[in-house]
Design a protein around this ligand. Structure first.
Ligand code: UFG
Length: 355
């Protein structure tokens, strides 16, 4: 029966079980860090990635770091044939679905590509899981589903909304997942709403390696500190925040990776859809991040305060209580540690995985 195939349902899972977990987008920034933590926790990752925003070198580094070469399929998750082959070749107990496009600006320029990539891949994945009787899923959602309404700290019960196509794909996929669980056919699905992922593995072997000019603050600052870019543009100095710059909840990627392991360990009951904020609960301003990075790197980070970036909000941070109370997970690493680890990664790999 389905339940016999899924010992994880009944809480029989222990480190010795070697439960296979399909990781879509497993070569990416959060994916690679999660694969490392899955292996440390005794899971057996099976990876699918199309390298559209990642590189084979990232997987080689993971293998080097862990001593394990995980089964890998190079494919777009919308490729149903490959997806079915994975479920035929492996006894997949659970899926962590990272694969997707994630740039807010790009999504405004190319909404169809965003809706197709993010939503179609999730539908093909769910249909394939259904076909093979697999029902445990952890999904990469985002604090972006809080949109620009409400005031932080954000709690999970707030209504989903968004301000851009990327954010809508996350909100829509959450709705789809909720509807699928509501069928009562035994699905068990958890959506993790990430706040701002930063930092790198302390080994300096893996980290964030954006394709072009970084959109996000931490990779931009790292590239300024390492001399690849001249100065940081700070988007707005007149927000209603303590120092006028935007406030965010920066979550160390290793803590974030561990949250996925906690979510998998918690999957016990069918017909449950759960959502958890994955953040620290602490708001940090752009100027505070710059200061922390300068301290960690002992490099100057020149900046200029420019106009606000359209679509940005003043302040965004999590209420992290639900994840702590139900998953037993909480962030352990500070912004200082994230800056140290980002600098370690960036200074050892000034050109990312191309070095
Ligand atoms: N910032 C700058 N200069 C830069 C980049 C960012 O000043 O060059 C500022 C932003 O204005 C913001 C803060 O740094 O105040 C963080 O910006 P990021 O772009 O790093 O992150 P965001 O909070 O804008 O975006 C993140 C995720 C998105 C998600 C969004 C909303 O990257 O995926 O949160 O939840 F949609």
């Amino acid at each position: 029966s389905l339940h016999d195939a899924l010992p994880i349902y009944y809480g029989h899972h222990s480190k010795a079980d070697l439960v296979k977990v399909l990781v879509t987008g497993g070569a990416g920034y959060i994916g690679t860090h999660t694969v490392v933590e899955l292996l440390a926790a005794g899971y057996e990752p099976v990876i699918v990635d199309d390298f559209s925003n990642s590189s084979p070198e990232a997987l080689r580094r993971v293998a080097h770091l862990t001593g394990v070469e995980s089964p890998f399929y190079e494919a777009d998750v919308r490729n149903r044939d490959v997806l079915e082959r994975i479920f035929i070749e492996h006894n997949i107990h659970a899926v962590i679905h990272f694969a997707g496009l994630k740039s807010v600006g790009e999504s405004v320029a190319e909404p169809l590509r965003y809706y197709s990539t993010n939503i179609d891949s999730t539908l093909v994945l769910l249909e394939t899981m259904q076909k093979f009787g697999r029902s445990n899923l952890v999904f990469s959602s985002s604090a972006t589903v809080y949109g620009n309404a409400g005031t932080p700290p954000f709690t999970e019960d707030l209504p989903r909304q968004s301000t851009n196509p990327y954010g809508w794909t996350k909100a829509m996929i959450e709705q789809i997942l909720e509807d699928v669980v509501a069928t009562g056919h035994g699905w068990s699905i958890t959506a993790l709403r990430y706040f701002n992922p930063v930092g790198a593995h302390p080994s300096g072997l893996i980290g964030e390696d954006p394709n072009n000019i970084p959109n996000n603050l931490m990779p931009y600052i790292s590239q300024v500190a390492v001399g690849r870019r001249k100065q940081l543009a700070i988007f707005g100095g007149d927000y209603d925040t303590p120092d006028g710059t935007g406030v965010r909840d920066y979550i160390h990627v290793v803590d974030l990776a561990k949250a996925h392991v906690a979510a998998l360990n918690h999957i016990e009951h069918p017909d449950v859809y759960k959502v958890y904020n994955i953040g620290t609960g602490i708001g940090v301003s752009v100027l505070e991040v710059v200061a922390a990075f300068e301290k960690a790197s002992e490099q100057p980070v020149p900046y200029a305060i420019v106009d606000r970036r359209p679509g940005d909000i003043a302040s965004c941070y999590a209420s992290p209580d639900l994840a702590r109370d139900e998953l037993g997970w909480e962030a352990e690493r500070s912004i200082d540690e994230a800056c140290q680890d980002s600098w370690n990664w960036q200074s050892k790999n000034p050109n990312g995985f191309q070095d």
